[in-house]
Structure formats: structure tokens, C-alpha cells
Design a protein around this ligand. Structure first.
Ligand SMILES: NC(=O)c1ccc[n+]([C@@H]2O[C@H](COP(=O)([O-])OP(=O)(O)OC[C@H]3O[C@@H](n4cnc5c(N)ncnc54)[C@H](OP(=O)(O)O)[C@@H]3O)[C@@H](O)[C@H]2O)c1
Length: 267
């Protein structure tokens, strides 16, 4: 297909896990895909995208940095093609006791990526979509955003922020023609857990949903213009859709702590 006729999508955090799968789904569906992350894994994603006949445009960017987000946005603008869809998916976790078990520097980096870069990208990308009167954005949040998450206290807070922020902005642009969808996965089998230092926790060692399934559920919800989707294992869906809407925060916190506490998976 002539590339000027193909719609263009953006996937952040496209070098592995859920983002890799989302990039592949866009490509299979006829989109060219801008893929971004910091690591070498992007080449692998580009190969998967190109194997479908789609174009893969790699724009490496460290989204913890203001200049990284700006460079990504300007890289997309320079393509002179409207962005039809964006999966704003990049994010990291961080496990450990808040007192003495985690570094403040790492917590600030998490906030920069999971919160600041999401606000920043929304500020840049959304006006162009609203001006066109069309577009789709999928935000990867987490069921962790629907409960306090001890031993990953800043992570759960970052996803709670994202859910609140996205719902608020969505209400402001309700009649714009742009659709916004929240993806709330439970535990997914990606590098996330090791990277967050949660290898010895019950959650880190437990059964997880495959990223293929979670990405597909998010992709389908975005394409259907749904408000949000809780994705992954049926247990995660029950927690995200039912339990976390009725239990008090103190109960949710103590339940979560049983699975997230460092070493809980080795006892
Ligand atoms: N896995 C789970 O159980 C789970 C559950 C709920 C929600 N989520 C959410 O799902 C999203 C994707 O995570 P995943 O599970 O697929 O884990 P993953 O495989 O570790 O993917 C994380 C992605 O974010 C990118 N990233 C990390 N730091 C970055 C930075 N500074 N700048 C730009 N990109 C950066 C990584 O690329 P580079 O390292 O190459 O930069 C990678 O592509 C995250 O938002 C996560 O919070 C995951």
C-alpha cells in the first residue's frame, strides 16, 4: 500500500512486552508505526512491524527527560503525516520497602516516566488530533491504579494519577471525535517484574497473563472506542472490575502487601 494512504500510529515502550505486541497489532491492521523506547530492542520490534509490509519508524527517546519527549514529538511532526492513533504505554515499576528499600532517585525517574511524560505527550499530541476531529489514544495504566500498592507505593500512585488524569481530559474533549481508552492490566509476563526488583515477591513469581493477550484486549477496546478495559487473568479482571470498586483502601492495601512484599514468594 502507498505509505501516504496508510494511517500512522505511535507506540511508546515498544521495545518489549505489551508495547512490542501493540506495535505488531497496529502493523497487522494496516498502520505504519512510530516505535520508541531507549533500548536496543527497538530493532527487533521494527523487524516484526516490517515483516507485515508496514513501515516502522524508529525514534529513540528517553521519556524521563523533558527534551526526550520534545524530540519524540518533533520527530513525529517532521514526518508530515497525521497521527491516527497513539498507544502511550511506556512505564516502569519499582518494588521494595519505601523506608530504606527504594532509592528516591529511582522513584523520581518512575514519576518522570509514568506521570510526567504521559502528561507531556498528551499536551503535545492531543491538540493535533482534536484539530483534525479524529484519533485514538490508548493509555497503559494498571489495576494497581485502583488500589494502594504497599512495597511499590509510588508505582500504584503513578497509575492512580494516570487514570484520574485521563478520565478528566477525556471529559473535556468528549465531543471532539477523539477517543481515549485506558488499559488496566493485572500481572503480565514481561520484563517489568525483574526490572522493578520484584523477583522474590509472590506477585513477581506468580502466574501471569501473556503480553499477547493483554495487548490484544487493549487494542480491541481502543478500536471499539471503549472507556477502559481490565485485561489479563480472570482473577485480575475480578479484582479490577469488582473487588477494587467495593473494598476499602485499607483492605486493598493489606491484601496487596501479601503479594508485593519482598521475599513473600520464597516463604
Ligand atoms: N507487566 C505487568 O505486569 C504490568 C501490569 C500492569 C501494567 N503494566 C504497564 O504496562 C506498561 C508496559 O510494561 P511491560 O509490562 O510491557 O514491561 P516492559 O517489557 O519492561 O516494557 C516497558 C517499556 O517501557 C520502555 N521504557 C522504560 N524506560 C523508558 C524510558 N526512560 N524512556 C522510554 N521508554 C522507556 C522500555 O523500553 P527501554 O527499556 O528499551 O527503554 C519498554 O519498551 C507499563 O506502563 C507498565 O506499567 C505492566
Amino acid at each position: 500500500m502507498d505509505s501516504t494512504l496508510r494511517p500512522l500510529a505511535l507506540v511508546t515502550g515498544a521495545s518489549s512486552g505489551i508495547g512490542y505486541e501493540l506495535a505488531r497489532l497496529f502493523a497487522v491492521d494496516g498502520y505504519d508505526v512510530v516505535i520508541t523506547a531507549t533500548g536496543p530492542g527497538l530493532e527487533n520490534t521494527a523487524e516484526a512491524v516490517r515483516s507485515t509490509g508496514a513501515e516502522a519508524i524508529i525514534i529513540p527517546a528517553d521519556l524521563t527527560q523533558y527534551d526526550g519527549v520534545e524530540a519524540l514529538y518533533h520527530g513525529i511532526r517532521d514526518l508530515n503525516r497525521p497521527l491516527s492513533a497513539a498507544a502511550l504505554n511506556a512505564g516502569v515499576g519499582l518494588g521494595g520497602h519505601f523506608l530504606g528499600g527504594t532509592e528516591l532517585k529511582k522513584e523520581f525517574e518512575l514519576i518522570q516516566l509514568n506521570i510526567t511524560s504521559q502528561v507531556h505527550l498528551t499536551k503535545r499530541l492531543l491538540p493535533d488530533m482534536v484539530a483534525l476531529g479524529e484519533g485514538k489514544i490508548l493509555y497503559t495504566a494498571s489495576i494497581s491504579g485502583t488500589m494502594p500498592t504497599p512495597y511499590e507505593a509510588v508505582y500504584g500512585g503513578s497509575k492512580a494519577f494516570l487514570i484520574s488524569f485521563v478520565e478528566a481530559v477525556k471529559a473535556e474533549i468528549a465531543d471532539s471525535g477523539v477517543s481515549i481508552t485506558l488499559l488496566l492490566p493485572g500481572e503480565v509476563d514481561t520484563k517489568f517484574w525483574h526490572r522493578a526488583g520484584m523477583d522474590t515477591s509472590k506477585l513477581g513469581l506468580g502466574v501471569k497473563a501473556p503480553p499477547t493477550q493483554v495487548a490484544q484486549e487493549g487494542y480491541d477496546a481502543m478500536m471499539a472506542g471503549k472507556d477502559r478495559v481490565v485485561a489479563g487473568k480472570s482473577e485480575s479482571k475480578f479484582i479490577g472490575r469488582v473487588l477494587n470498586n467495593i473494598l476499602p483502601d485499607t483492605t486493598k492495601a493489606s491484601q496487596h502487601a501479601k503479594g508485593s512484599r519482598p521475599g513473600s514468594g520464597l516463604e
